[in-house]
Design a protein around this ligand. Sequence first.
Ligand SMILES: NC(=O)c1ccc[n+]([C@@H]2O[C@H](COP(=O)([O-])OP(=O)(O)OC[C@H]3O[C@@H](n4cnc5c(N)ncnc54)[C@H](O)[C@@H]3O)[C@@H](O)[C@H]2O)c1
Length: 246
Amino acid sequence: MTEFADRVVFITGGASGIGAASARAFAACGARVVIGDVQHALAQSVAHEVGGFAVACNVRDDAEVAAAVARAVDRYGTIDIAINAAGIGGAEVRTADYPVDTWDAVVDVNLNGVFRAMRHQLPVMLAAGRGVIVNVASVAGLGGFPRHSAYAASKHGVIGLTRSAALEYARKGIRINALCPGFTLTPMVQGMLDAGLPVEELTARVPAGRLGTAEEMADTVLYLCSTASAFMVGHALAVDGGIVAA
Ligand SMILES: NC(=O)c1ccc[n+]([C@@H]2O[C@H](COP(=O)([O-])OP(=O)(O)OC[C@H]3O[C@@H](n4cnc5c(N)ncnc54)[C@H](O)[C@@H]3O)[C@@H](O)[C@H]2O)c1
């Protein structure tokens, strides 16, 4: 899409999976991409590949997020588009057995991390009078996910945050939506398969009968950032092979 040429795209969780696929897709459209992640070597390698640059951006650390956003603005002058994709899965146990420290980490990365990213990205966009944000939630933000209550709670929170902020900034030229992926074959899900989860257990829950790809999620991220979705505000868009429809 030519409309992304020279646009500055800041991606948390950009070193891997959906974030990295989004970085590649934006770069293929001529965008300038900033990769923020905790996996520094991987972030550097994606940045090298797409011709952008990598910044240390642990979304649990507000000062580091502020510095990462400032570095992007120093280098490229602004941030036109922000993709907040950093996330972790957490434990797979019932709620009463959920380890408190894991609960805290999941909510801190997946929900508070999106808040920290937005609170530093929004002033840059407000100053420019325009911007687009896509927060990566999940179908687990639209319905319950047994044995993953922290993950589901954090992703429901991301959708509430997205809708609220979208309403706050809709008349300020800033459009904010959430992507809600279903099961997608990224290193996060590959880790579950490597740990012994049979892929059929996942695909059986997907009406389309397969896992999604990171590239399919990136295609939707680009759509949500493009003028083709200009009237979508505060939407939580499921891209899930039919899970939510079932
Ligand atoms: N893969 C799926 O099936 C699926 C489904 C629904 C939603 N999601 C969401 O999509 C997003 C991307 O996940 P993915 O599947 O690409 O997984 P992934 O593990 O490949 O990518 C997640 C990235 O987030 C980074 N990250 C983790 N903690 C961080 C922190 N504190 N600060 C900065 N970066 C951090 C990781 O280093 C990694 O690069 C996540 O928010 C995830 O919850 C994934």
